[in-house]
Write a protein that binds this ligand. Structure first.
Ligand code: DNO
Length: 356
């Protein structure tokens, strides 16, 4: 198991690599190339340049996150083949640079949805929160405006400004797509990219849908274990895996996270996990919380134990942290609370490993 943190390049992160290096037990970062438009190739030189920057700080770059899938692929349009070819080239380039895990998602239009990125908790910290009625009163454009207001000038992955104008038309488009058609579009993509991932020694890990239920009438596929099994069966090889995000799947209290984590890790289909806790106010209303079990609804000890017992040997990153101690950073991605979270999770891992 390796503990990593997410880091955004090109000066778009308040947290320097040198500070991440000082977090005990953290071996590397998950990064991305945000300046490359969705659908275009991540050129080898650009990937190597960012890898060298990360290496110079004494950290590893074995994981990339948010190699986003062009909407035409998800929609199944004839133009998808060009974008799929680009994706295959990107995977080869990443493999050549030593990347071992690629985290992506197949969510239509939206990457993740929250209606408040700076919800204040009684202790004065702020967190990302989801209120179902609030979300349903919005449309993607108003949600984007509200997010931008809270984002402190940082880009939000999946909510890049150039994506916003097309969102309303895209949502309309998906109203005419059935779930089976959407599964077929996903399979068409996997058929083309998974063999390249295998050749390139890159494990693909799909990120679950966040929240794990339908909003704005959009089809959601990666919402629970039944659908995850269906997804894995589309290509029954290790390179076709999951980036298990406990905070995303944990939005639905019916998802049994320790059991899902154990099943995926035991099957060798779990290259990456995002560990985050959530605290529900009702089944469809929740706040992201500090990572500790006592702060949310998820039992982090049970999740870590399930991973350990199943022989998990992938990457863990503490997902979104709270904003504390006056830190000013991209919502969810400050240093302080993620560093606390990483060391809490490492502590659980050490305890479980020594008890076993
Ligand atoms: C949210 C992140 C997601 C994730 C993408 C991967 O905070 O976990 O944006 O990186 O869904 O494609």
């Amino acid at each position: 198991m390796k503990m990593i943190l997410r880091w955004f390049p090109h000066g778009d992160d308040s947290v320097p690599l040198e500070y991440i290096k000082q977090v005990p037990g953290v071996s590397g970062v998950a990064t991305m190339l945000p300046k490359i438009p969705v659908g275009e190739v991540w050129p080898l030189e650009a990937v190597l340049e960012i890898r060298d920057t990360i290496w110079a700080a004494g950290l590893e770059m074995e994981v990339v996150e948010s190699v986003n899938v062009h909407e035409d692929i998800k929609k199944g349009l004839p133009s998808r083949d060009r974008y799929i070819e680009n994706y295959r080239t990107t995977i080869r380039n990443l493999g050549q640079a030593g990347v071992k895990c690629l985290c992506y998602n197949f969510m239509p239009v939206l990457d993740w949805a929250r209606n408040d990125l700076a919800h204040r908790l009684p202790d004065g910290s702020t967190v990302l929160s989801y209120r179902d009625a609030g979300v349903r009163a919005m449309n993607p454009a108003t949600m984007a405006q509200s997010m931008e207001k809270d984002a402190g000038g940082y880009s939000l992955p999946g909510w890049e400004p150039d994506r916003i104008p097309a969102m309303a038309a895209d949502i309309e488009f998906y109203r005419n797509i059935t779930h089976d058609e959407y599964w077929n579009n996903m399979k068409y993509f996997l058929d083309a990219v998974i063999p390249v991932a295998e050749e390139s020694c890159v494990k693909m890990g799909i990120h679950p849908d966040d929240p794990p239920w339908e909003i704005f009438g959009l089809p959601k596929l990666i919402t629970g274990i039944e659908n995850i099994r269906r997804f894995l069966a589309l290509h029954d090889v290790e390179a076709n895996g999951v980036s298990l995000c406990t905070g995303s799947l944990g939005g639905n209290l019916e998802n049994d996270l320790p059991s899902i984590a154990g099943e995926l890790a035991a099957g060798g289909r779990l290259p990456f996990t995002h560990l985050r806790n959530v605290k529900h106010l009702s089944p469809r209303d929740f706040d992201e919380s500090a990572h500790l079990s006592q702060c949310g609804d998820l039992d982090m000890f049970a999740i870590i134990k399930a991973l350990y017992d199943a022989g998990f040997d992938g990457y863990i990153r503490p997902d979104h942290g709270r904003m504390i101690w006056g830190e000013v950073a991209r919502p969810g991605y400050g240093l302080y609370d993620r560093a606390i979270g990483a060391n809490y999770l490492l502590g659980l891992w050490e305890a479980v490993s020594k008890m076993s």
